[in-house]
Design a protein around this ligand. Sequence first.
Ligand SMILES: [Zn+2]
Length: 376
Amino acid sequence: MRAGSTTATTSETVSMREREYLLSGSILSGDDFDVVEGYVCVRDGVITEVCEESGSVDARAHGIVMPCFVNAHTHIGDSVLKDPQVTDLVSLVQPPDGLKHRVLRDTSTHDLTNAMRASVCDMAATGTCAFADFREGGVRGVQALLYAIDGVSVNATVLGRPEPPDNVDEIDSILELADGIGISSTSDYEPGVCEAIAERTRGRGGIFAIHAGELDSTDIGDALDLNPDLLIHLTHASADNLRAVAMREIPVVVCTQSNLLTRVGVPPLTDMLAAGLTVAAGTDNVMFNSVDIFAEMRFLSSLFAIDERQVLRMCTRAGAVVLGLNCGAITAGMDAKVMVLDKDSYNLVGAKNILRSVVRRARAGDILFCSGGVRA
Ligand SMILES: [Zn+2]
């Protein structure tokens, strides 16, 4: 198993100012994003203190201090196909002959890598510090993603899949490089293949993730029988399905904008949260949606009558919990995956409710400071 992180390590030549710094202003603190006026101390990439204090300090950036985003489900291989006509989901994405798979087969590794790298840089530029990608194309597909993220300070959880889909023997080599396996619906596989993939993945200590309930509810029971570590979509989950998922404590990633664009429906998010599920957000296929979590956050808050805290948590801490990352909250001891927004930007100036403004209207142009980025 790979370490799972592409984040730049602190070199001995990094100056003290870069190793230790303060960020000040209105802090969205802890798991509940309580607004605290004060400053955050960062040392060697870790939040060492969150201090409530009204006086001014010599901070690297001053504004709204908040955690960077975790994008819990992407297919960034689709970066080679950003704007297809949206028709039905099956003809666009279903393996092995959906449009994206045909385009991917006809794309050189060089072009694929460059396209994916642009999307990862876009994540860094829009405040995302980590993502989990379903990477098609077997070992070669995983290798292309690892090239694409080299030098970008964004943590990638790479979930590969065998190519062709029933090539279960390839899983061992994929897991030499990747964190786990992420497959499409059980309905796309011959009987027994998903079971073999799940068993082999678990035997090697990899994460096993699967799409379920995107088009309809018929594959949800089969997916649950595989006891996955992570379920993607559940757009058509019934109350009984959600109870079963809650009982097994399987986290869920919803991809709401993507589901709306592909006309498959609206995920039952309020019911998921009421059932006590851990729910994270993902932007899904780059062919449907950009990787900008600010946009996903605005969309979620427009569509669902849920608390802003829940929306921000889905886009930060919940994704980190799902992926086993020590980030997603401004809390002492967490990795300092932090950004600072300009309180005085044209967009945010005059905001009275900081949390609500961040969720409903903040955008990448408001970022003053971000702990991520691209190494020269
Ligand atoms: Zn997906």
